[in-house]
Design a protein around this ligand. Structure first.
Ligand SMILES: *Cc1c(COP(=O)(O)O)cnc(C)c1O
Length: 397
């Protein structure tokens, strides 16, 4: 997955364009820029890549989720349904706005279970946030139907699925508003960065203003701009955008390398009896950023993960025991350990997490092994890796 593995001349050239004129900021300073608008150019490229009318770059993927929710009017007291398996950024971004994260089970897609979503809807629910984890996606048709039926905003975090598609459409472009991260370990990187993508002109305008202190960006005198509403600073810098501009043009190359490596590993592992793979919904094509498979039970999965570690198979995880991606180890969330006071409503919802039954999520995450697909491997290395993985899995079954 990480685009940094193939950092090279193109990235260097784009960054040097910025260093040559010294304008590190994305807005203003028109005369000094020598025509270089890296953030604007990257937004144009991303709009083509993700086939959406509007793109707003921001400072991180976490910022993208907060800005997306704020732009759609989600705030204090609103419930946002999110999965138990995701990155901690999901609840951080929700709670930053005073909204309430409501965690629900995942299914064999390793993403939101539509039945669990429907069961969690209350009269305070404002949005459903799907997280396209580990290169694949949820049953987007069912989730869309639920959102339409209950009049909910549908948010799509595609930070880990850059380049995947559903019914021919890029992941991230399917819900009402999508979020991407271009942090250092994502498929395309800006070093740090993120994007909000949408076809909704109102959400876009809101994202554009909100991510820059509410500036309306009318005219070219920043000091004279008005503030139609309150904002914040989630701007990306020109240096970060420059790296992303080189990387986005290489996305098709990155995806084809990922696919080739993924297929070699999958074909080998598929021959081991007792191994199954995550479900990819009909019409979906993964980004091939990760290979996810299931073993018969938690104990076997733990053994395989440990064996991989000692045998030099890096970047494979059983997320059951992981601190960052699965609800089981989010003690800081369950205990509501905040530096500053949280609202009573948020504290009340979080207090339920310690008792809540997530056995369905435990069942899928417990048996899962998730392996990052790297871009820098040689074909020989991938074949060697496949053989070692197969032998290690067999020895545990
Ligand atoms: C990486 C990631 C984020 C956050 O991105 P940052 O740019 O690191 O803030 C959000 N959601 C998911 C699913 C991610 O993997």
């Amino acid at each position: 997955m990480p685009g940094f593995e193939l950092f090279g001349d193109q990235e260097r050239k784009e960054v040097n364009d910025v260093l040559d004129n010294g304008v590190l900021m994305r807005y203003g300073f028109d005369g000094m820029r020598n025509g270089h608008w890296k953030a604007k150019s990257l937004e144009t490229e991303l709009s083509k890549t993700f086939q959406t009318k509007h793109v707003q770059l921001v400072s991180s993927g976490t910022a993208a989720v907060s800005v997306a929710l704020a732009s759609a009017g989600v705030g204090a007291g609103d419930e946002v349904i999110m999965p138990t398996f995701t990155f901690v950024a999901s609840f951080e971004a929700i709670m930053m706005l005073g909204a309430i994260p409501v965690l629900v089970d995942i299914d064999d897609t390793l993403t939101l279970d539509p039945k669990a979503v429907e069961a969690a809807i209350t009269d305070k629910t404002k949005a459903v946030m799907v997280v396209q984890m580990c290169g694949s996606m949820a049953d987007m048709k069912s989730l869309r139907t639920i959102c339409n039926k209950h009049n909910l905003i549908f948010v799509e975090d595609a930070c880990q699925a850059i380049g995947g598609t559903y019914d021919g459409k890029p992941l991230g472009s399917i819900a009402d508003v999508g979020c991407f991260s271009f942090d250092f370990v994502k498929t395309i990187t800006c070093g740090e960065g993120g994007a909000v993508v949408t076809n909704n002109p109102e959400y876009y305008k809101n994202a554009d203003h909100y991510s820059d202190h509410g500036h309306d960006h009318v005219g070219n005198d920043r000091g004279a701009e008005s503030h139609p509403f309150l904002g914040y600073n989630f701007r990306i810098s020109e240096l970060n955008a420059a790296v992303g501009l080189a990387q986005v043009k290489r996305l098709p190359e990155f995806i084809s390398i990922q696919k080739k490596h993924y297929m070699i590993l999958r074909d080998a592992i598929a021959r081991v009896p007792g191994v199954t793979f995550r479900k990819v919904p009909k019409g979906g094509e993964e980004s091939y950023a990760f290979l996810n498979f299931f073993l018969p039970d938690l104990e076997t999965a733990r053994q395989v993960a440990a064996k991989f570690k000692t045998e030099g198979i890096d970047a494979c995880w059983n997320y059951y025991d992981n601190n960052w991606h699965y609800v089981r180890k989010w003690e800081h969330l369950k205990e509501a350990k905040s530096l500053y006071p949280l609202s009573t409503e948020i504290k009340h919802e979080l207090s339920k997490l310690k008792e809540k039954d997530f056995s369905q999520s435990d069942y899928w995450i417990g048996r899962n092994i998730s392996c990052l697909i790297k871009l820098s491997w040689t074909e020989e290395e991938v074949r060697q890796r496949a053989e070692t993985m197969v032998n290690n899995i067999k020895s545990c079954l």
